[in-house]
Design a protein around this ligand. Structure first.
Ligand code: F0G
Length: 454
């Protein structure tokens, strides 16, 4: 089995640690599982405390890099390289200038939820239009450094788009496994354009991931799913950049969508590490929201107290999070508990409504991202989020990632023939269906007048 080693070209600042038995290692097998107990690995930094003893110095270095033109400083990920696995050679970085994503105020959604301090961190503004790029720059870089020619992933679409792009930039070959008919055309088209070998498998995401896990043990391909701990290290920087954008002022809640649960694990790890290093005085609560039809973590925490995974047969139109057996469920359960966060589920109708409301802010996002706003409404109702608190929703993907969903919604076709059809009528005021007219001035003016009256 090929080894992914940290032992070259010089001593590094990190080790692999098993999340279950704590076993520490300088190397990891290609399945990124513990050789003792088979659980997932995470990256840990044994000498951090002494090396990064001055948080103000770190903040100042990161601020200064914002005016630098070095490729690693232009990346919103590598700019925070002190918190990442050490590479040793900056020239090896594969970057598309990921990160550096905007933090938007959401005044209309703030009004709807009764939380004035509401923001959106829009990870859909990354180079391939999803949050995956922040992790991919790190993992693809380490894949190339470890000498692999092939990288591979199972995906609901965004990982594959991102992986294909970074592989292409880094001169690597990429293999994509996606569930046939269950990913959006936008995402599929990205993987094709960036040159990936794309296999549409007759199964769901969980089936694709299972197959990938077997494949990496048989063939010299480097796995770029979020089981790969380098991915999570890159995705951590979202939280660092966010706190910097808030001028390191305390923040109360971060709300993220949950699918395979890599992103929530990464953000939670960043919060715990920043707290440990004295970069933030207190921990924001990290909450994870899932679609009702893909609610494995919700059920795992409620019905099994987080002790064993309760897998589900996933079904949701938010295809990015159509995942029934999330790989990183233990990591996510840990960071939710450690930060005092919550885990909630939202219905298909609630997702569609929240997506239209975020769209009406002039921002937009893909359906999976909209679960955050839908979840926030529930958390406010439950009293878990208080009106005076500061809340950041993590919007994980761009509105253009799934145009079919948006068009179906506005045309009133999203819920046709489903049990939600009746209830979805309540969403009519949010719909903006296109109108087909004769090409006359009269027809356009009549349309304007009609809109004025409504
Ligand atoms: N939002 C979007 C837009 C996603 O693409 C994903 C995951 C998630 C949220 C959930 O993040 O898996 O880290 O909990 N997409 C993966 C993919 C699974 O293959 O693109 P997670």
């Amino acid at each position: 089995m090929p080894l992914v080693t940290t032992a070259e070209p010089r001593p590094t600042n990190f080790r692999f640690r098993c999340i279950a038995c704590g076993n520490l290692n300088e190397t990891a097998n290609q399945d990124f599982r513990c050789a003792n107990c088979n659980d997932l690995l995470e990256i840990t930094y044994p000498c951090w405390k002494s090396a990064l003893a001055d948080p103000e110095k770190l903040k100042s270095a990161w601020r200064q890099r914002r005016v630098s033109l070095r490729p690693d400083d232009l990346s919103g990920v590598w700019r925070f390289r002190e918190l990442l696995p050490e590479l040793g050679d900056d020239q090896q970085i594969i970057t598309l200038r990921e990160g550096n994503t905007p933090l938007y105020e959401l005044p209309r959604c703030a009004g709807l939820t009764g939380v004035p301090g509401l923001f959106a961190k829009h990870q859909g503004m990354n180079p391939t239009s999803s949050f995956k790029d922040t992790g991919m720059t790190v993992a693809a870089t380490f894949a190339r450094r470890a000498g692999f020619r092939w990288v591979a992933c199972a995906s609901t679409g965004n990982t594959s788009a991102s992986m294909a792009a970074y592989a292409a930039r880094g001169g690597l070959l990429s293999l994509v496994l996606v569930p046939e008919g269950k990913i959006s055309w936008s995402k599929l088209s990205q993987a094709l354009d960036y040159g990936a070998v794309t296999c549409q498998l007759r199964t769901d995401f969980d089936g694709c991931l299972r197959l990938l896990q077997e494949l990496v043990l048989r063939a010299p391909v480097y796995q770029l799913n979020s089981i790969n701990p380098f991915r999570l290290e890159g995705q951590k920087t979202l939280a660092v950049e966010l706190l910097e954008q808030l001028d390191w002022q305390p923040l109360d809640h971060i709300i993220v969508p949950g699918g395979n649960l890599g992103n929530s694990s990464a953000i939670g790890k960043a919060l715990l590490e920043m707290h440990e290093l004295g970069l933030i005085p207190r921990l924001p609560k990290l909450s994870v929201i899932q679609a009702e039809g893909a609610n494995a973590l919700v059920r795992t925490l409620r019905e099994a107290d987080g002790r064993r995974l309760i897998g589900v047969q996933a079904e949701t139109r938010a295809t990015a999070i159509r995942i029934g057996n999330p790989a990183s469920w233990k990591k996510a359960a840990h960071v939710i508990a450690a930060t005092g966060g919550a885990c909630e589920q939202v219905s298909e109708i609630e997702i569609a409504q929240a997506k239209a409301e975020i769209g009406a802010e002039g921002i937009g996002c893909e359906p999976a991202s909209a679960v955050t706003l839908a979840g926030l409404k529930k958390l406010v109702k439950q009293g878990f989020v208080k009106p005076e608190e500061t809340v950041v929703l993590v919007l994980t993907g761009n509105v253009l990632k799934d145009p079919d969903y948006t068009i179906d919604f506005h045309r009133g076709e999203l819920f046709k023939g489903t049990t939600d059809e009746g209830a979805s009528i309540a969403l009519n005021p949010l719909r903006r269906a296109p109108v087909v007219l004769d090409a006359t001035l009269d027809a356009v003016i009549r349309t304007l007048e009609r809109e004025e009256k409504t």
